[in-house]
Design a protein around this ligand. Structure first.
Ligand code: SAH
Ligand code: DHB
Ligand code: MG
Length: 223
């Protein structure tokens, strides 16, 4: 495993920007403290990234969102807040305990009526979604060794114009030294190659620093 190291200045600047510009609401704070109380790892997106997800959902006009990797529902709350009231977010989570915490958090945030949590390994729960309506927006944020598989599912479950966001694409720079992390970094590298080369996708990537260390996210559009 690699460590995500954050420099103090990055954390301070992020806190300042979060307080002044991002302005999370109490539902976001509740989700964070419930995750700490439940002993879950602090690996949710940073608040500025959560708000970006919300705004990308709004800007793309998405009505159906798919998330892979729920944790405590922090990113789910942000994205559900960007959906219209009759929008729908399906989020896939391996661990029942995480799903239970997330259920309470999305309900407390007042967006529970838009959120369905599917428990199990995502590669087992995704195929059933193929018989439903396609997704307009997909956020990939689970086990990195399956990032290529999740990209493929996102394309299959999407349509031309579907927006895909993939978290953790720099991984403390381990994409340059994959031997530092035997499972995650090689998975991320395969996904980056697919983002750049798959003819079904048009992609870019943004490098970030902040409370979550040195990382980044990719944004792709299904052609
Ligand atoms: N998107 C969340 C953070 C997700 S952390 C947020 O920003 O708030 C990654 C989550 O993916 C963890 O809860 C982990 O249990 C889950 N996960 C790991 N492997 C998985 C798999 N194969 N299928 C579904 N979920 C998985
Ligand atoms: C980890 C997973 C994430 O999705 C993330 O944003 C940061 C860290 C992890 O598994 O360590
Ligand atoms: Mg992540």
């Amino acid at each position: 495993m690699i460590e995500h190291v954050a420099e103090p200045g990055w954390v301070e600047a992020e806190r300042y920007l979060t307080d002044v510009v991002v302005r999370p609401d109490p539902a976001h704070e509740r989700a964070l403290s419930s995750a700490v109380a439940a002993g879950m790892p602090p690996i949710e997106v940073a608040p500025n990234a959560g708000k970006l997800l919300k705004m990308l959902v709004q800007l793309s006009g998405a009505r159906r969102v798919l998330e892979i990797g729920t944790l405590a529902g922090f990113s789910s709350i942000w994205m559900a807040q960007g959906l219209p009231d009759d929008g729908w977010l399906v989020t896939c989570e391996y661990l029942q305990k995480h799903a239970d915490v997330a259920r309470a958090n999305v309900d407390a945030a007042g967006v529970g009526h838009k959120v369905e949590i599917r428990v199990g390994a995502a590669l087992d729960t995704l195929p059933a979604l193929a018989s439903g309506e396609p997704f307009d927006f997909v956020f990939i944020d689970a086990d990195k060794e399956n990032d290529v598989n999740y990209l493929d599912w996102a394309i299959r479950l999407g349509h031309p114009g579907t927006v895909i966001v993939m978290d953790n694409v720099v991984w403390d720079g381990a994409i340059l030294e994959p031997e530092r992390d035997e499972t995650n970094a090689p998975g991320i590298i395969r996904a980056l190659d697919m983002l750049g080369q798959d003819p079904r996708l048009e992609s870019t990537v943004i490098q970030t620093v902040g409370s979550k260390g040195w990382d980044g996210f990719a944004i792709a559009r299904v052609r």
